[in-house]
Design a protein around this ligand. Structure first.
Ligand code: ARG
Length: 474
């Protein structure tokens, strides 16, 4: 089938719209269902503004290369200006029988300006056109997400700075492990999100290449100048193989994969917020604007927003699998399968953007309850490792120290006491090396302060880590 997409019958000619999708080569129209099944305009109209932008850059290049005239270009620019206004004002009449965003705009252009509109598609195919549109659009969205990732990090740094000295139990296996500072815990997410940011920035480099000029698949016989189009559209360069340019969507897969990691990190944080807000833990409270009540239990205040961020991670993971699966069986070059790339991509951008936007607000608004954290750190023998390390410093081998402390924990548990609450004589029963300086290491404050190296949980280190992050995010 010819790739020239100017419909033989279009609004300009006043012919019946039912026939507008097929070329002179066909003798029967598609059914209504097939028409709906193949149309993408209901969702790809989202690309309208970048589609126009790409078309104008293409038209200007055609004029410079003397393929179309300056008058044609003037008409195209005027027509596209009007169309843009109609779209922005929501007055544009999107027609499913015109299949996609490209044919809708082109058909409207021809109706508005006549013959010059019919020359716009010279040396171009919808195949390189759509690839260009997606890349232009995605590039802008990545820039927005990078800003949001930075804003989220800043909100978390602020939270960490307010809690450099707040002590909570750190967990492994969700069992109390060792005391950590809440600020240190929060800064862990800043690290994750900073890698997410770097992945987005890196992915953008491969998104930002111009497919236009590849035409349907093999390039075009017109004397085009791809580099100048790339420059005008702000691309870093051109896609160097026409078959690759129109067919691969690896850049989109890469983006959704980076987005899935963003959601994974937000989901882990959300999971923690949910646990921390549960009455049996009570480390935090979330303001009412992030919570909903129950239709039956009047006392309920549920953390719906973090639960939904956790839940929406599933759809982004699904989108990643959808795109990978979409690509894996396609022979070169373009296949209509690729039309299915848009909804997963759009949905991913929307989900990540909304989740991050909410998280910026939510992270800054978390109400921390240091007294609940302090009480929890006293249950679970969080400083047992500190006692073992103390004995090692006094000369015991680590394995022997480990065993001595294990016995102390067993007995303390029976007595219903924390290690710090055991009298000196009792502690000395496990090792003669214990003296009264032991209580400094058995306190949660002493424990966290002693982990004073880069990457450690000491308040002094959290302050430094927050400072480094602020410098990076400035
Ligand atoms: N709507 C199509 C897409 O999203 C545009 C390209 C159509 N190309 C074609 N040869 N049918 O991929």
């Amino acid at each position: 089938m010819s790739n020239i997409s100017v419909p033989r019958d279009n609004a300009a000619s006043g012919a019946s719209p039912e026939k507008s999708h097929f070329s002179g080569r066909f003798s029967e129209p598609v059914t209504e269902l097939v028409k709906r099944f193949t149309a993408s305009v209901t969702f790809d109209k989202r690309l309208a503004l970048v589609d126009i932008k790409g078309s104008l850059a293409h038209a200007r290049m055609l004029t410079r290369q003397a393929v179309i005239t300056a008058q044609d270009l003037a008409d195209i620019e005027r027509g596209m200006g009007e169309i843009e206004v109609e779209i922005l004002a929501d007055r544009f009449d999107w027609r499913v029988d015109l299949e996609d965003v490209h044919m809708n705009i082109e058909s409207r252009l021809i109706a508005a300006i006549g013959d010059a509109g019919k020359r716009l598609h010279t040396g171009r195919s919808r195949n390189d056109q759509i690839a260009t549109d997606i890349r232009l659009w995605l590039r802008g969205e990545i820039d927005g997400l990078v800003m949001l990732l930075r804003a989220t990090q800043l909100a978390l740094v602020g939270l960490a700075e307010r809690h450099t000295d707040t002590i909570m139990p750190g967990f492994t296996h969700l069992q109390v492990a060792q005391p950590v500072t809440f600020g240190h815990h929060v800064m862990a997410y800043v690290e994750m999100l900073s890698r997410d940011e770097a992945r987005m920035v890196d992915c953008r480099k491969r998104v930002n290449r111009l497919p236009l000029g590849a035409a349907a698949l093999a390039g075009t016989s017109y004397p085009i100048d791809r580099e100048s189009v790339a420059r005008e559209l702000g691309f870093d360069g051109v896609c160097e193989n026409s078959l690759d340019a129109v067919s691969d969507r690896d850049f989109a897969i890469e983006f959704v994969s980076a987005a899935a990691l963003v959601m994974t990190h937000l989901s882990r944080f959300s999971e923690e917020l949910i646990i921390w807000m549960s009455q049996s833990v009570g480390f935090i409270n979330l303001p009412d604007r992030f919570c909903y009540s129950s239709s039956i239990m009047p006392q309920k205040k549920n953390p719906d927003v973090p639960e939904l961020i956790r839940g929406k991670t599933g759809r982004v993971n699904g989108n990643l699998v959808a795109l990978l699966t979409l690509m894996k069986g396609q022979p070169l070059a373009y296949n209509k399968d690729n039309q299915e790339d848009k909804e997963p991509l759009f949905d991913t951008v929307d989900t990540v953007r909304d989740s991050l936007t909410i998280m910026v607000d939510l992270a800054a608004a978390i109400e921390v309850r240091p007294e609940r954290m302090a009480a929890a750190v006293k249950r679970g023998f969080a400083t047992a490792t500190d006692l073992a390390d103390y004995l090692v410093r006094k000369g015991l081998a680590f394995r022997d120290a480990h065993e001595a402390v294990a016995l102390a924990v067993r007995d303390a548990e029976k007595m219903g006491k924390d290690l710090v609450e055991l009298p000196l004589e009792t502690l000395q029963g496990y090792s003669k090396l214990v003296s009264d300086d032991v209580y400094a290491v058995l306190s949660p404050e002493g424990s966290v302060a002693s982990r004073n190296h880069i990457g450690g949980t000491a308040p002094a280190q959290v302050r430094l880590a927050a400072e480094r992050a602020r410098r990076r995010l400035a």
